[in-house]
Design a protein around this ligand. Structure first.
Ligand code: GLY
Length: 391
């Protein structure tokens, strides 16, 4: 096990303290507890962070962006683990986590939108990712509810979805059944924790605890509901460009449709009329029937962003026994299985050097500015209450 030399690892102390009760934190806790380790999870409000807002798209293909090749590799690896992870979680808990495999349709409304989309699809195909262009008639065959104006699209058949609002309670249940224990209090300093290994899975809160460059990236999201308790009139996740607006629509069996999301360099949680207007206009342009749905929720959340949009995974420099699993930005839900597996391997010392981790290590950012939550000096810390992740 990767232990710090200065911590108390006596018999009453946990083997592993996870800071953060979002999907990443609970998944690590579950994996560690099932390996027989004594695990505590610190979070004053578990599951209340960004995962509450997240749509749950498992989209390594549709979210493969220019210049993010290594991240795309990790997303693809994690997505490939999702079917087994979902099955194992359902087996452990009996909870239906809303895992759906109909795939994702990527569409362009206007000729300009389609041209922009096609550049990205060509890049994705160049990486060997499964993007299948569809003629308009093929698109409508798959999804008759699409607006007649939609010019064209492509299928990412392997981009699936899960419901984060079901996933996080299921992960918590699995972890607690395996023996993990919640400590419902904030952690202000890592030095407060006595455990063999501390794992910082605190989303945006990781910045204050570790000094790592994790910043909030605001996203506003809508939830709609199909009339009369019916399921939505479309089955695929739809990701579209509509008159220059990027929008996604995620249908759930229960009738809910998640419509997202803005990407804003802000840290407030206000919902603005302009954002709701733009998201709804883009959604209705692509799927006109959405106009008949009830608008049941408008929310904002904070993605834990990093300078290179990639997560931070591995040992915190200068702090033996402290591991980081944070900064998952737009990809927290899809990256949950691989993060949990890799961090658990680090905790238990299993598996040897892991090439998958190399591009994502905390030391890629060089020297840290003192880690305001790591030592009991400094006065600018924020308690780790924003603990969570996003997809
Ligand atoms: N991955 C979806 C989002 O960040 O909005």
């Amino acid at each position: 096990m990767v232990t710090g030399e200065s911590v108390d690892t006596g018999p009453t102390q946990p083997d592993v303290a996870v800071v953060g009760g979002g999907p990443i934190g609970w998944a690590i806790a579950w994996r560690c507890a099932t390996r027989g380790l004594r695990v505590v999870v610190h979070d004053p409000a578990p599951g209340s962070g960004a995962s509450q807002v997240a749509a749950g798209m498992l989209a390594p293909v549709a979210e493969a962006y220019f210049g993010e090749r290594e991240l795309t590799g990790l997303l693809t690896e994690s997505a490939s683990r999702w079917p087994g992870f979902a099955a194992e979680l359902t087996e452990a808990t009996g909870v239906d986590i809303g895992y759906r495999t109909e795939g994702t349709l990527m569409v362009g409304l206007t000729a300009d939108d389609l041209a922009e989309a096609r550049r990205l699809w060509a890049y994705q195909q160049g990486l060997g990712l499964p993007v299948t262009p569809l003629r308009p008639s093929q698109l409508r065959e798959r999804e008759p509810a699409l607006a007649p104006r939609v010019r064209g699209g492509a299928l990412a058949a392997t981009d699936h979805q899960v419901d984060p609002r079901r996933l996080v309670p299921a992960l918590r249940l699995a972890a607690e059944r395996a023996g993990a224990v919640l400590v419902a209090e904030p952690v202000r300093w890592l030095s407060e924790i006595t455990a063999g290994v501390t794992v910082v899975a605190a989303g945006c809160g990781a910045a204050a605890l570790t000094g790592l460059p994790v910043r909030p990236v605001k996203g506003q999201v809508l939830r709609l509901r199909a009339p009369d308790g019916a399921p939505p009139g479309f089955r695929h996740v739809i990701r579209g460009y509509a008159d220059g607006e990027h929008v996604y629509l995620v249908p759930r069996e229960c009738g809910e449709v998640v419509v997202g999301a803005t990407v804003e360099e802000r840290s407030d949680l206000e919902v603005s009329a302009g954002a709701v207007l733009r998201l709804l206009r883009a959604a209705v342009d692509l799927l006109p029937e959405i106009a008949e749905y009830d608008l049941v929720e408008t929310t904002a959340g904070l993605r834990p962003g990093t300078p290179d949009n990639a997560p931070i995974l591995g040992p915190l420099p200068g702090h033996p026994g402290v591991l980081v699993a944070a900064g998952h930005h737009r990809h927290g839900i899809v990256l949950t299985p691989v993060t949990a597996d890799l961090i658990t391997d680090l905790v238990t010392g299993g598996g040897g050097p892991e090439p998958l981790l190399a591009p994502f290590r905390p030391d890629r950012f060089g020297d840290l500015p003192g880690g305001v939550g790591v030592t009991a000096t400094g006065s600018t810390f924020q308690p780790a209450t924003e603990v969570d992740t996003w997809n």
